[in-house]
Design a protein around this ligand. Structure first.
Ligand SMILES: Cc1ncc(COP(=O)(O)O)c(C=O)c1O
Length: 367
């Protein structure tokens, strides 16, 4: 049996008969390996999105010539739903993710997904699987919207057919302890001037894997990407934007087309400015970082992103030198930024920017 929501897009809902929820231990969730009961799927053909549905989570089949597998027209988003202290499920700035996936779509010659369909699908899916949102502090329901080219065709051109999917899965804290970084002075991703660094496209991440593996082999957790022209200016880190605190000033690389416009980055810049900090978006070179470190002025380094929220950096390797960073007890800005985002999600800090969107109750009508 399926149900129809009395909403604009008539998303058909087929509920699972076999919930897997009881198999999950919310106190011990391996990141990215546990998936909730349902997923949203909609196909694009003949110039329109057709028959949006929520169905039990499971495999779908694709043709061996599906274009995404060959030419990489594949984009995605990463976002979270969490529960406030009184148990209400909510999103943080969901419309920003809808806008960003459409910006990625434009860059990759893919069709945009109507913003209200994206948001409506999120509400329905998360309302249906709200029992999958872990209540533990620092845990959340991770949400993965994505789209890929589905034409059965060999040849380099934009596909005519696409599949858009959203699935979700409970996750615990991403980086339980501070991370170490190594500045990458040999490889770049596709994030070069005029490239695809400001879009959330699958190929960017594929190109990051080899340097990331080499960084791990040298004992560092993550790569800190530098610009591709001079290997001089800092871009971002793995799946995070990066912030430095130098002599009381908060500095983050400007959005220059080569890095992703992180939604957490934007929230944290706003929060810190509200709190009276000077936050500067500008190019920052590794030389400046070394100089600030040696002068004792590099007070904090942290990454920001949906998965980690704020990940403190314990040390950075630049040009073969390990720069040790101040102890956690001395860090004020990154700690405050994380506390504010967590507090907004928990409902314990006032939402002055209207970023919190409560998940709408699922009003289903049987047919
Ligand atoms: C390359 C990259 N940079 C930065 C971010 C942080 O973006 P957001 O704060 O929107 O999660 C992400 C995560 O999506 C990312 O993949």
């Amino acid at each position: 049996m399926y149900k129809i929501l009395p909403m604009k897009f008539n998303i058909r809902i087929t509920k699972t008969q076999n919930s897997r929820l009881s198999e999950v231990d919310f106190n011990n969730i391996p990141f990215g390996r546990v998936f909730s009961d349902h997923m949203f799927v909609v196909d694009y053909s003949e110039g329109e999105w057709k028959d949006p549905q929520i169905i039990p989570f499971g495999h779908f089949s694709i043709h061996p010539a599906a274009m995404a597998l060959h030419y990489g027209q594949a984009i995605f988003e990463g976002m979270k739903a969490s529960k406030s202290v009184d148990g209400a499920p909510l999103f943080l700035r969901p419309e920003m993710h809808a806008q960003r996936i459409n910006a990625s779509a434009r860059r990759m010659c893919m069709p945009e997904i109507p913003e209200d369909l994206f948001v409506e699908a999120l509400h329905n899916l998360v309302a249906l699987d709200s029992a999958w949102i872990p209540p533990q502090e620092g845990s959340a329901l991770y949400i993965r919207p994505y789209m890929f080219a589905n034409d059965e065709f060999i040849g380099v051109k934009p596909s005519q057919n696409y599949k858009f999917v959203i699935f979700t899965g409970p996750v615990g804290p991403y980086y339980p302890k501070p991370v170490s970084l190594i500045a990458e002075e040999e490889y770049v991703r596709c994030a070069v001037r005029g490239g695809t660094g400001d879009a959330k496209v699958a190929g960017n991440y594929a190109a990051s894997l080899l340097p990331a593996r080499k960084a791990n082999e040298k004992g560092y957790d993550q790569v800190m990407w530098l610009d591709s022209d001079e290997f001089k200016y800092v871009q971002e880190v793995g799946t995070m934007n990066i912030f430095f605190v130098i002599d009381g000033e908060v500095i983050t690389p400007e959005l220059n087309g080569g890095i992703l416009a992180g939604i957490t980055r934007d929230s944290i810049i706003t929060i810190l400015r509200d709190k009276g900090y000077t936050v500067t978006e500008r190019a920052i070179s590794v030389d400046e970082l070394i100089e600030a470190h040696d002068a004792g002025k590099l007070q904090e380094v942290f990454g920001t992103g949906t998965a980690a929220v704020v990940a403190h950096v314990s040390k950075m390797s630049i040009r073969g030198r390990d720069l040790e960073l101040p102890a956690m007890e001395e860090r004020e800005v990154g700690v405050l930024a994380k506390r504010e985002i967590d507090g907004l999600r928990a409902g314990t800090i006032a939402d002055t920017h209207n970023w919190i969107v409560p998940v709408k109750a699922l009003e289903t009508v049987s047919i």
